[in-house]
Design a protein around this ligand. Structure first.
Ligand SMILES: Cc1ncc(COP(=O)(O)O)c(C=O)c1O
Length: 363
């Protein structure tokens, strides 16, 4: 008897969780809604970026090379060489690739709960078991003991997002070192690092700990979510492994040109970070004044605990949409409690709408 199509699929395809992007379809179809639910940058690329992309497309008939010049430029920013850098189409590419570099069916990866939703999905697509340890109650810090105790001989990868998503808080250095010391491959995701320019990157750790790698993206502070550009930093051996799995010529000439242009114009990023951080401070103050509990976030998103209001997350999201056309991020119950949401600064006008919403709804 012939098998059905689904019986030909690898078994973990049928059980993998979905990463649902339907909110993006809604957002593009409703430009009147403030898209404050994803960690996007509300500021468009400058004319310099647009020009760099336009110039690059003229060579669009040619395959890209390994972009050594760009890798050198990135390496220098981290005191590393070009062979310590693998470039890709944003961190999502790194997330998918790291699972394929390290995980076989039955292997385990340790991460927090909640976390950025793409990590568990892409691990499960490798047939791996995702071990999620809840963030600590209250401060929502990583439960370091819990994560270390969860290590088994099947653990092949550990994930630390720094600052974490969705809590926005940094792990302290001693705790991070404890993960490095395990000798198990460790991904440090610095997607939001550029929002705290005074704070050093953890890239130097790769010199002491060869199983540690960093994931960086230009999607956030640089505003490249739709352009798509990111990179991995690691030892030469680590980078060779990533490049074996990344497709050759994976990054388009246009994305690379845009990346180079913004790296040559750091003031563009500074202005974007300033806009974000100004609004993050204002949100924090206002939410506190209203008796809510915003987390002291360091990226472009703020997790808000509104559990004390008795409103559910769904009610809050619906009210924000109905009252001000503001889209917020749904956060599943944390430690069994509903009433959390996450907000990302939009344009000035959108941020004012959010402020109006919280005053009217929670005031
Ligand atoms: C922690 C973290 N890593 C990676 C990503 C993916 O970013 P990219 O657009 O670079 O794929 C996100 C996006 O929100 C994120 O929050």
């Amino acid at each position: 008897m012939k098998k059905e199509l689904k019986d030909w699929f690898v078994p973990w395809l049928m059980t993998a969780r979905e990463y649902n992007t339907s909110i993006l379809d809604h957002a593009w179809a409703h430009p009147e809604h403030a898209r404050m639910m994803l960690n996007e940058n509300p500021i468009q690329p400058s004319e310099k970026i647009v020009q760099a992309v336009a110039d690059a497309v003229r060579n669009g008939n040619r395959y890209p090379d390994s972009m050594r010049g760009l890798r050198e430029k990135i390496g220098k920013m981290y005191d590393l060489g070009p062979d310590n850098v693998a470039i890709c189409n944003g961190s999502s590419d790194t997330i998918d690739t790291m699972m394929r570099v390290f995980l076989q069916p039955g292997d385990e990866i340790i991460m927090s709960n909640p976390t950025f939703g793409l990590f568990p999905v892409r691990a499960e697509l490798c047939g791996a078991k995702v071990v999620q340890i809840p963030l600590r109650e209250g401060d929502l810090q990583y439960d370091v003991e819990g994560m270390l105790n969860a290590i088994t001989e099947r653990t092949k990868l550990i994930l630390i997002i720094n600052p974490n998503n969705p809590s926005g808080v940094f792990i302290n250095d001693d705790d991070l070192i404890r993960f490095c010391e395990t000798g198990i491959p460790l991904c440090i995701d610095e997607a939001y690092g550029a929002y705290t320019p005074g704070r050093p990157t953890k890239a130097p750790l790769i010199k002491k700990y060869p199983h540690v790698f960093l994931s960086v993206t230009l999607s956030k502070a640089h505003g490249f979510a739709g352009i798509r550009f990111g990179f991995v930093l690691g030892t030469e051996e680590m980078i060779r492994a990533f490049n074996t799995v990344f497709l050759p010529w994976n990054v388009s000439l246009m994305s690379a040109a845009a990346a180079e242009a913004i790296m040559d114009n750091p003031e563009e990023v500074e202005a974007k970070v300033k806009h974000n951080n100004r609004w993050m401070d204002r949100f924090y103050e206002e939410l506190k004044k209203l008796g809510l509990n915003p987390y002291p976030a360091h990226g472009n998103y703020m997790l808000v605990d509104a559990t004390m209001t008795g409103k559910t997350t769904e009610e809050i999201l619906q009210a924000a949409r109905d009252m001000q056309g503001v889209l917020l991020k749904k956060i599943s119950p944390i430690h069994g409690k509903t009433g959390y949401f996450r907000v990302t600064p939009g344009s000035d006008e959108e941020c004012e709408r959010f402020m109006k919403f919280i005053r009217e709804y929670f005031g």
